[in-house]
Structure formats: C-alpha cells, structure tokens
Design a protein around this ligand. Sequence first.
Ligand code: CO
Length: 135
Amino acid sequence: MMLNRLNHIAIVVPDLNKAVENYKNAFNVNISKKIDLPKHGVSTVFIEMSNANIELLEPLGQNSPIKNFLIKNPIGGMHHLCYEVENINDSVKILLKKSYTILGEGIPREGAHGKPVIFMHPKEFNGTLIELEEA
Ligand code: CO
C-alpha cells in the first residue's frame, strides 16, 4: 500500500483574510500565520487538526496556478487532497510504470511544507487533483 495518512485538504479562497476570520468565527480554530509562496503563486495558511490539516490557498501574483480555478469557482472550492507517501521517487516510478499522468513531467518539487511533492492528473481520479508528499 503506497498511501499513508491524509496530510491536508486544500481549499482555494478568493480572500484569505476573510476565510481565516470565517473559520475562526465558526469553529474557534487556531490558524497558522499567512505564508507567501511566490514560487508557487499562492499565499497559504494551515488549520491543524488532530488527523489532518486544512490548507487555505489564495492566488499570489499574475501567473498563479489557481487563478483559473477562481474564475470557474468564484466563491472558492476544494482544490486538492494531499496523501503522504514513504518515498516520492519510488512512488513516481511505480505510477509512471502504470501509465498514470503526473503533472510537471513527474519531477518532484518542493511543496508548501518544504518536502518534495508531485501532483497527479484529476482526469484519472474522478476529477480529484491528488498531491503526494513524502513524509
Ligand atoms: Co497541498
């Protein structure tokens, strides 16, 4: 079995500050400081829960990869699920051998937690964008 635990569920929001206030108001949760990731074209915060995290994402800059998502989903929406794997390079090899489509030519890159990640095409997973993170 390749998948370990669910690391996070990522939700794209049009206004991160508003979304943070809303989560705090509704659920009285602790939320991490906002981190800008210019390389990834997103600003992000994490809500830590005992079994997984919620990642709220807001576009950053002109070429943000989540800009189009907000055009299609103006109030925001669920963007991806992140599963933990033991070894990202081994996982990529196995998945490519099974003909799955890995975005960005299957080369792991540093994700929001500083750990290597890849993304798998939603067309092969019932419309769900899947992130795999080595953890
Ligand atoms: Co993620």
